[in-house]
Design a protein. Structure first.
Length: 229
């Protein structure tokens, strides 16, 4: 049984790399960022004003969220409705920080995240083999006792290029500029409630700025292997 925690800023590659690591090791995969996006979509669909912090927190506590943890198909459902695509829209991205910086929301979603992690250490999708959980504060708050803790970082230029490719399919100057506010503002807002730019004690930093995808996956696997020694 192993728990692997991966944090990092937007565009560092933590989601795709974490999914690959989980698949290689036969583990479950948890995208905690998707939980904040789902919470945002739930509030919007429920007509809750995002600046009403108490109402948002209440709505999230009642949110019927189901997180798929299969790294090959990590679905997200709200009240039985598949929202994996809906939570990635520009409309959600533009306002997700209002929900993600709500401290009561963070408490609730962290509680759910810990429950999912605990389930995978006892059985769950992985059959008790464990989980790779990734996000902003997994290494420090959600799973500070994880067997392996990684902070995946990359230069601003690399992160903007990757997010541009993901969102627009190209990384020309216009596309990169169009993603700049989305990426940097989200990091700036989230940094007010979590730390994900500097590694905490015991957390290993992997800088993927000059690494391709496979090299980054191998670098994280190396950290996991060393932690198991």
């Amino acid at each position: 049984m192993v728990t692997i925690a991966v944090d990092g800023p937007s565009g560092s590659g933590k989601s795709s790399v974490s999914k690959a690591v989980a698949a290689r090791l036969g583990l479950a995969y948890l995208d905690t960022g998707a939980m904040y996006r789902a919470a945002t979509l739930w509030c919007v669909r429920s007509g809750v004003a995002l600046d009403d912090t108490a109402a948002v927190a209440a709505a999230v506590r009642a949110m019927p969220l189901e997180m798929g943890v299969d790294p090959a198909a990590p679905g997200v459902a709200l009240d039985g409705d598949d929202v994996a695509a809906a939570i990635r829209t520009t409309d959600v991205t533009a306002v997700v920080s209002q929900v993600a910086t709500n401290l009561d929301v963070r408490d609730e979603l962290r509680r759910r995240q810990r429950a999912i992690i605990a389930d995978e250490t006892a059985g769950g999708f992985s059959g008790g083999h464990g989980i790779v959980a990734e996000g902003r504060d997994i290494t420090t708050v959600v799973a500070p006792d994880a067997d392996a803790r990684v902070l995946l970082v990359a230069s601003e230029e690399a992160r903007l290029r990757r997010r541009s490719l993901e969102v627009h399919g190209v990384a020309d100057a216009t596309s990169v500029e169009a993603t700049r506010d989305q990426v940097l503002r989200r990091d700036r807002d989230d940094s007010t409630v979590s730390t994900f730019h500097v590694a905490a004690d015991g957390v290993v930093t992997v800088d993927s700025s000059e690494l391709d995808f496979e090299q980054t996956v191998e670098a994280v696997l190396t950290v996991v292997e060393r932690a198991a020694v």
